[in-house]
Every structure is written in C-alpha cells, then in structure tokens.
Write a protein that binds this ligand. Structure first.
Ligand code: IK2
Length: 423
C-alpha cells in the first residue's frame, strides 16, 4: 500500500499545475458582486462597532437583530406537534397555501376567486414567482416578448426577465427633482407603448424609491392600461409591510381586477412573514373562467417541472398554518402592523433629526415615502461607508428597517455631515 501511495503523492502537485493551466473554465471572467447582497459582504468585513447595514431590505428589530415573528414560531410549534411527513409537494405547491395566498392578495370577495378562475402556483418566493411568470409570458403571451419595468426598479427585475427570454424596457417612474412619482411621465410612457405590451407594476412599497401611486392614480393607470390593452403584471413583495394594512397595500391589484383586467401577480412572504430564507411565494394569473384556469395551471406546471420539479415544503406549511387559522392570522396582522409602524417611526425620527441638524436639502420625502426603502437625495454612499461604516446600495437606497433607536442619531449625524462635506 505504502509503495503505491508515495509516488502518487509526489506526482500530485505537477498534475494539479498542469490541470489548472488547461482548465476548461480559464476564459470565464469573474462576475461583479451582486449590487444588493454585495453590500452585506462589505458590511460583514468591517470590524467597527458603529457599523450599520442599510443595504439588503430585510427587517430588523429595535435592536438591529433579525426578527422571527411570534405567529411563525407558533405555526412551527403546531407543525412540529403534528409531525407531518416530508414527501414531495405537487408541482403547483401546497393547495391550502396557494388558495389562502390568492385570497390574501385578491380579497375574500374577489369575483375571479368566487368564480374559481384564478390559476395559482406556489413559487420559490417572489423572485421565483417573477421567473415563472417571465417564462410563461415568453412561451404563451401572444404579443411582443418585451416587458416594461419602471425606471428605477428592483435591481433583479432586469436579470430575471432577461433570463426568462424577454426583452426589458423601461418606463418613467421617479422624478429626481421632486423625489416623488413622475406621474405625467409614467402616463405618457404607458400611452406611447405599443398596444398589448406587458407592463410590470410594483403593487406597493416600490423598491427602491418608496414612492407609490395614490389610489386615485391607480384608477387612472388602470384606465390607461385598458385603453391601450396593456397587460399588467403586478409584483407584490410587500403586502402589509408598506402601510401595515393588507387591504390598503393591495389596492392597486384589487382595483385592476375589479376593473376587469386579467392581471398576472407575483407574491412574496419573505418580508411580511419574515420567511426570507424559507422561500415562500406564489404566482397567479386571472383567467377568463374555470376551464381556462385549468389550462393555465397545466402549463404553469410544465414551466415549473424542469426548473426545480416542485417547491419547498416547510415555509409553505408555516404560511398556510397562519393564513388558515383565525387566531394566528390575527396575531400575524398585528405583527405586520408593528413592523410597518416601527419603520414609519424611524422615518419620522430621521426627518426630524436631519432638519434639526440644518442639513441642506429637502427631506420631506423621507416621511412621505412608504415601505422599507428610501432614497437619499444626495447619495454619499462611498464616504458614508469609508468614514462612518454605514453601508447602503450605490444608488443611495437605504433600508429603513436597519435603523433603530440605538443607531438613528449616529446615522442622521453622519448623513448630515456627509451632505455638508464635513465627513
Ligand atoms: N420584488 C421586489 C420588488 C423586491 O423588492 C423583492 C425583494 N427584494 O429584497 C431584497 C432587496 O432588494 O434588498 C422581490 C421581488 C423578491 O424577493 P424574494 O425572492 O426574497 O421574495
């Protein structure tokens, strides 16, 4: 044994050097870090005790710690007591979950739900829902293979839809001057799109701007979408998380549906249930009737099967337990409101601080924007990271959920100094 082992061990370094030089992958270039998740890596590497991570949009509690909802913990206790099996889910997911998810989005009194004409499948969180939708549109949308997304939009939208085989174009959305919605620009762009275009709309808590249409504006948008026969694809990653009220946050989706639009919808339970890593979501399409819904579901399954076969079980069981149990649902509603309110209180405190520190600029948008994100009008992201150990995405987007009573004053002072050029 030894006689054979020794010569092999001596030969190994030469073989490895040779293999490396001839690697099949030698021409593969290093890719850039993800613009959002890359911020967390830079944050982790920083050893300063004052450091703050405002990059990734994940909720943190009042002490800056990840937060597991009490309703989620209770649902897990119920599940563990029931000791369920670990069999595969159907391709379209856990039926009790998908049914309840659709009800949460469309509302219990929704006409297409009553008519059993909503095709819905479980997805790998919101990203997976967008990806299923992208692939489905690429395959079956009878019109152009282009999707229009707002400018700006969540950074991953472009990649998800391009990888689904769609061309991605933008429509105007954000007005840098007013730090608000460029409603006139948005309407003009929708009106000038080719008829039957596919349009992505953020249902609430627009990422990254925190700027949403008002209910009156949603009504106008729905009229334009009808006039131009556009197809609305809603991305609802923050239902309840924006205002603390599920119904209010679903206004856009529900209004479009009641106006007769056949919407597509992506849902995520990452933020509102804090189920980030469990990857719980749903994709749905409003069909003309039950027969059409069945056809659509059969094709959605054919889209999903070669992608990942069937979705994960545990998170869907948690969500389903909460959504289908009146007591847990009530507790969850309260917890979502609590998270939304904490973010809103941080917005107020940040605004008050920046004004009382005589920070040059207009800061009213911090209070008027909604949801987890806000944009600094004068992004000083580099200097804030290098000098103050404060991390955010390069466009100046900050995740308000990373602020709390312990770090808000330090953050406000640092921003104020950065804007004044004193950092
Ligand atoms: N759509 C939008 C608009 C989102 O914001 C997200 C979540 N983004 O969160 C990370 C960040 O921007 O910091 C998603 C979809 C998809 O989220 P998930 O796949 O986690 O459900």
């Amino acid at each position: 044994m030894q006689a054979i082992a020794r010569p092999l061990a001596r030969a190994a370094p030469k073989q490895i050097r040779c293999a490396a030089a001839l690697s099949t992958w030698s021409a593969v270039p290093a890719g850039p870090p993800d613009p959002i998740l890359g911020v967390s890596e830079a944050f982790k590497a920083d050893q300063d005790s004052k450091k703050i991570n405002l990059g990734v949009g994940a909720y943190r509690d009042g002490n800056g710690k990840p937060y597991v909802l009490s309703s989620v913990k209770k649902a897990e206790e119920y599940l563990s007591a029931a000791n369920p099996d670990k069999e595969y889910l159907p391709i379209s997911g856990l039926p009790e979950f998908t049914k309840a998810a659709a009800k949460l989005a469309y509302g219990g009194d929704s006409a297409p739900l009553s008519a059993n004409s909503v095709a819905v499948v479980q997805s790998i969180s919101g990203t997976g829902a967008l990806r299923i939708g992208g692939a489905f549109f690429q395959r079956f949308f009878p019109h152009a293979k282009t999707i229009y997304i707002p400018n700006p939009s969540w950074g991953n939208h472009t990649s998800v839809f391009r990888d689904s085989g769609l061309e991605v174009k933008q429509y105007r959305y954000f007005d840098k001057k007013t730090v608000g919605l460029d409603f006139e620009g948005m309407k003009a762009d929708l009106k000038s799109m080719p008829a039957n275009s596919l349009v992505l709309l953020h249902a609430c808590a627009h990422n990254p701007t925190g700027v949403d249409p008002t209910p009156e504006q949603w009504v106008e948008l729905s009229d334009i979408v009808a006039e131009k026969s556009l197809f609305p694809f809603f991305d609802m990653a923050y239902q309840g998380f924006a205002s603390g009220d599920f119904t209010r946050d679903a206004f856009g989706v529900r209004h479009f549906v009641s106006a007769g639009h056949q919407v597509a919808l992506s849902q995520s339970f990452a933020k509102n249930m804090g189920l980030y890593g469990e990857r719980v979501g749903a994709f749905s399409l409003v069909a003309a009737d039950e027969e059409e819904k069945k056809r659509l579901e059969s094709q959605l399954k054919i889209v999903i099967r070669p992608m990942y076969s069937n979705p994960p079980l545990h998170g869907a069981r948690i969500a389903s337990t909460i959504l289908n149990n009146a007591e847990l649902y009530k507790e969850w509603e309260g917890e979502v409101k609590g998270m939304a309110d904490r973010i809103i209180s941080m917005r107020e405190r940040l605004y008050d601080n920046l004004v009382s520190l005589n920070t040059p600029g207009q800061w009213g948008h911090i209070k008027s924007q909604i949801g987890i994100f806000t944009g600094l009008t004068t992004p000083q992201t580099k200097v804030l990271a290098e000098k103050a150990h404060i991390y955010m995405t390069a466009d100046g987007r900050i995740s308000m959920a990373g602020l709390n009573s312990h770090n808000i004053d330090y953050f406000s002072e640092s921003v104020s100094k950065a804007v004044k050029g004193e950092l």
